[in-house]
Write a new protein. Structure first.
Length: 474
């Protein structure tokens, strides 16, 4: 979550102005009473107010947020069936940690882990251990902790006195991996981008490994451009490294998005537990897992990949409960919604939903390329995501201008600059999710067509402040 500061240094609105902030009808039977009770903004009100009044105030302010369905920056699910919403409402007061009081919620979590173990081709699904999390970021933290603790056990004679662990990954990793390395004192060793390679290179990753490497992270679906990293090639390269040097480096697959796409659309792609070197996998239930924000999953091949000393056994509310999480109390609603979606769709249903998203992405990429102003870097044929930049010869505007003008039409299409060694490259990215239909894609194309004539008439790009660019790594 963003780190927020206290209230800005500005004067509170005057009493007269605060009275006018309220619709008089919020006073229910007595409209004047509502006008007399407008609350302050940056301190607790002195007393309560009617629930309808509180609702109206919050509701009106939230109308200024963007439309989530038009947010083509986020990978997060923005639409679910009404029945899923009803189930989530029925479970929002259930604390997931209380397995004794809510045993059926705990059982649904266990079933989801078993379903994912089977989906990801674990050699023995019954041996897989896993848990739900608040999202893929927490899942990555837990997987990283397991890698570090296993490395420490193998190097007990040197750690921590003389050895510093490192983690090898592409510079395109999601920001949660930077946080992991920072919080848990692990050296990040980053493989930069080169030329038209926008993610990790297996040989470059192997070259960065040494006796202090806790693991290598492979990304199944880069947030920068939607491409899959070559996990099978990475594993083969690390196999060769072990044959030459004896170094046995495990792989964690960050499948925040792709682990819920590839099993249905790319069944011949061997990236999962079929690779013996893959020790753990995470995914985001609230991305292409098709659940509203608040759920992720992490699985380990066997209990040996998750050191026992990391698992806390808590005598809580009448029972012995093993737990491995950064959060303790959290609602069971999202886990229940995940099970509902697994049950509702099955393999064929997921395949249909993800194929529709990929078809929309590929069709949109083709139509954008036909305009002639843009060059496609990815076309939506891996993750349903396309990344594009301006074509050679387009000098009147840049991707930041396009993003700004589309925002005026209600569309949130991020523009950002790539990291080392491709800081020269700035792109737009469009994430196609369930709910972003071909009709909405057509509307996006229409609005793009409306803004391009003005952009082409510019003397030069207007977006000079690149510090305003955001990469939307979520």
């Amino acid at each position: 979550m963003p780190l927020h500061k206290g209230s800005p240094q500005q004067a509170e609105p005057s009493e007269a102005r605060r009275r006018l902030a309220l619709n008089p009808f919020y006073g229910e039977a007595d409209p004047v009473a509502g006008m007399e009770s407008a609350p302050p903004r940056h301190r607790l009100p002195d007393g309560p107010m009617p629930p309808s009044t509180a609702y109206g105030l919050v509701h009106d302010e939230l109308m200024l947020d963007g439309n989530s369905r038009l947010n083509l920056a986020t990978f997060v699910t923005t639409w679910m069936e009404p029945q899923a919403g009803v189930l989530m409402g029925e479970c929002r007061d259930k604390n997931m940690i209380d397995k004794d009081e809510y045993p059926r919620t705990a059982e649904l979590e266990r079933r989801c882990v078993a379903m994912l173990a089977d989906l990801w081709n674990a050699p023995d699904p019954s041996a897989v251990v896993g848990c739900s999390t608040t999202g893929s970021s927490e899942a990555c933290m837990l997987a990283g902790l397991a890698l570090k603790r296993r490395w420490a056990a193998r190097n007990a004679d040197r750690y921590p006195a003389s050895a510093r662990p490192n983690l090898v990954m592409g510079i395109n990793v999601q920001v949660c991996w930077d946080k992991f390395c920072n919080f848990w004192e692990v050296e990040p060793r980053l493989v930069p981008m080169e030329g038209d390679r926008f993610h990790l290179d297996p040989q470059a990753a192997a070259d960065l490994c040494d006796e202090n490497t806790i693991g290598v992270v492979g990304i199944l679906g880069s947030t920068f451009d939607g491409s899959y990293e070559p996990v099978a090639e990475l594993c083969a390269t690390l196999d060769a490294l072990q044959e030459r040097t004896g170094l046995d480096v495990p792989v964690h697959v960050d499948g925040a998005s792709g682990a819920m796409v590839a099993p249905f659309l790319d069944e011949d792609l061997v990236w999962d537990f079929r690779q013996p070197r893959v020790a753990s996998i995470n995914t985001s239930g609230h991305k292409y897992g098709l659940v509203y924000p608040g759920v992720g999953w992490v699985l380990w091949r066997t209990p040996a990949e998750l050191p026992e000393e990391l698992v806390f056994r808590v005598n809580y509310l009448g029972g012995d409960m093993p737990t491995f999480a950064l959060n303790f109390s959290r609602p069971g609603a999202q886990v229940v919604a995940q099970y509902y979606t697994f049950l509702r769709l099955g393999r064929e249903g997921y395949r249909a939903v993800q194929q529709a998203s990929r078809d929309v992405a590929c069709g949109l990429a083709k139509r954008i390329e036909e305009i002639g102003d843009f060059r496609l870097l990815t076309r939506g044929d891996q993750l349903p995501v396309l990344a594009l930049t301006t074509a050679p010869g387009v000098e009147a505007y840049d991707v930041f201008d396009v993003s700004r003008r589309l925002r005026e039409q209600g569309w949130l299409v991020p523009a950002y600059t790539f990291p080392a060694n491709r800081q020269d490259l700035s792109v737009l990215r469009v994430v196609c999710r369930n709910g972003f239909s071909s009709d909405l894609a057509e509307l996006l194309l229409e609005d793009l067509g409306l803004v391009l004539p003005d952009l082409r008439r510019q003397a030069h790009p207007m977006s000079r402040d690149r510090q305003m660019a955001t990469s939307f790594h979520h």
